[in-house]
Ligand binder design. Structure first.
Ligand SMILES: CC(C)(COP(=O)(O)OP(=O)(O)OC[C@H]1O[C@@H](n2cnc3c(N)ncnc32)[C@H](O)[C@@H]1OP(=O)(O)O)[C@@H](O)C(=O)NCCC(=O)NCCS
Length: 194
């Protein structure tokens, strides 16, 4: 499968975070996957509970990640440091899909998730031509994730009250969307095929 890669911006070059790319995960990546799935800071806003063993992480890769229709590692210099996925819908809801992402906490605040979401936003409408809308649902308290989506160009549509049970607690969620017809501003200019 083709690897897609983002050109660096100045912030990334300064911190040597220039080489962000996406690629499929496989069982040989289990040690890298363990870094973020065992981190409470990462799982806090995610539907899954923190993993506690390598066996659990391996089962995740084999049973969930590999068969998933669109699941990629976020890589820095080719090494997985997080993941990003797009969940498709069927039938009358097939015009929209939901993006989700998480990154090892060591790499937060360096623009990496923003680069990864831009890569997805700039390619998914080409890969899935039937797609009209890419959406993201974020906990109202997850300001970092909301900022990522704003930086990519997603539109904040509103707050869905008591929308989701996160770790058994009902939470309000912000709905964001990017349409295939939305201006892609700088995204397409920033990218090249590796
Ligand atoms: C959300 C997450 C992916 C962001 O990754 P990241 O690589 O740090 O994101 P970026 O560096 O590209 O951008 C983060 C932005 O949020 C801002 N930010 C971070 N925490 C913030 C906070 N508490 N309040 C306001 N802004 C915040 C940063 O300053 C940055 O914005 P800036 O570039 O304008 O300064 C990462 O924190 C993560 O994996 N969290 C756990 C999993 C998760 O929440 N996933 C999303 C579920 S919807």
């Amino acid at each position: 499968m083709e690897k897609i890669q983002a050109k660096p911006d100045k912030k990334e070059i300064d911190g040597d975070y220039s080489n962000v790319s996406l690629r499929p995960l496989d069982p040989s990546d289990v040690d890298d996957v363990m870094v973020w799935v065992t981190d409470d800071k990462v799982s806090k806003y995610c539907s899954w509970d923190t993993y506690t063993s390598k066996d659990e992480a391996m089962n995740l890769i084999v049973d969930v990640i590999v068969p998933h229709p669109w699941f990629r590692a976020i890589c820095l210099k080719g090494r997985p440091i997080g993941a990003i996925l797009v969940k498709p819908n069927k039938g009358n809801e097939s015009c929209r899909a939901e993006v989700g992402y998480h990154l090892a906490s060591k790499y937060w605040g360096k623009g990496i998730a923003t680069r990864a979401v831009k890569l997805v936003a700039s390619t998914i409408f080409i890969e899935w031509p039937h797609l009209e809308r890419l959406e993201a649902l974020v906990d109202v308290d997850n300001m970092g994730s909301q900022r990522v989506l704003e930086k990519v160009g997603f539109k904040k549509e509103g707050v869905l009250r008591k929308y989701y049970l996160l770790k058994r607690r009902p939470i309000d969620m912000v709905m964001f969307s990017l349409l295939s017809s939305d201006p892609q501003f700088e995204i397409s200019n920033e990218l090249y095929r590796a």
